[in-house]
Design a binder for this molecule. Sequence first.
Ligand code: OAD
Length: 261
Amino acid sequence: MDEQQDAIDRVAMALRAARRVAVLTGAGVSAESGLRTFRGATAADLPADMRALWAEFDPMKLATPEAFADDPAMVSKWYDWRRLGCLAAEPNAGHLALAEMQRRLEAGGGECVVITQNVDRLHQRAGCRRVVELHGTIIDWRCLACGIRSTPAPEPMPAHPMRTACCGALLRPDVVWFGEMLPEQAIRAAWDAAQTAEVFFAVGTSAIVQPAASLVGVASSAGATTVEVNVEETPASGAVDWALRGSSGTILPRIVERAWG
Ligand code: OAD
C-alpha cells in the first residue's frame, strides 16, 4: 500500500471514531473553484489571472482601513471585482467533501465545525451549515458609520465607492482587513472548536496569518489528531500528525470515502 493511502486510512479511522471535528480552511480550498490564492503561485511566467493575488497586488494599498480611507473608489472597485468572481465560482469537490463530512458526523450525533479564512461563502453554498467566518465575507457589505449589513445584487455595483441609504456613509466589504480585529464571536467559536476537537484539519492554508495559524497548535496541545491537506509544505507541516500532500479536491473526497464509504 502506498504511504499516502496508509495515511488517508489512518485519518479516516480517526474521523470515524471522533465526535468532535474542526476544520480550518484557507484560500487553497477554493483554488480548484478558480479563485486565486493570496500566496504560493508567484512564478512570473504564470498568466496574470492565475498568479497569487498578493504577487500582483499590494495588500497594504487594498486590504487595510487606511487604504480604504485614502482611496475608497479603488478599494471598493477591487473588492467588487473579487465579489463577482466569488459569486461566479462554484463549490468544488473539496467543499462538497467537507459538507458531507459535516453531515456524516452530525448524523452520528457528533459535530464538525468548519472555520474558514475564506470570504467567498463557498462552504455554505456546498451545504456546510456550521461555518465560522474568521475573516468575514465579501458577499455582504456594511455601512462604515452604523455597521448595518446588506447583500449587494449579483452584478457590478453602480458606483465606486457606494454610499449607504441608512447614513449616506461609505459602503465597505464586510471582510477583516489587516490591522483590524477579527469578529469576537468568530474567534471564540474557532478557539472553542480547536480546543475540543478530537481531529483537527488545516486545509489549503499557508498557515502564516495570525491568529488563524495558531489554531493547529491549540488543537494539538489539547490532544487532537492533527492533519494538514496542502499541495505544498507549510510552517504547520512539521507540527501535524499527518501532512497529506495534494489538492483538497482530491484528498478530502478520498478521506470521506474511506471513512464512510
Ligand atoms: P494563502 O494564499 O496564503 O495560502 C494558500 C495555501 O493553499 C498555500 O499553502 C497553497 O500551497 C495551498 N493550496 C493551493 N492550492 C491548493 C489546493 N488545490 N489544495 C490544497 N491546498 C492548496 O491563503 P490563506 O492561508 O487562506 O487575509 O491566507 C490567509 C489570509 O491571508 C487570507 O484570509 C487573507 C490573506 O491575506 C486577509 O485578506 C485579511
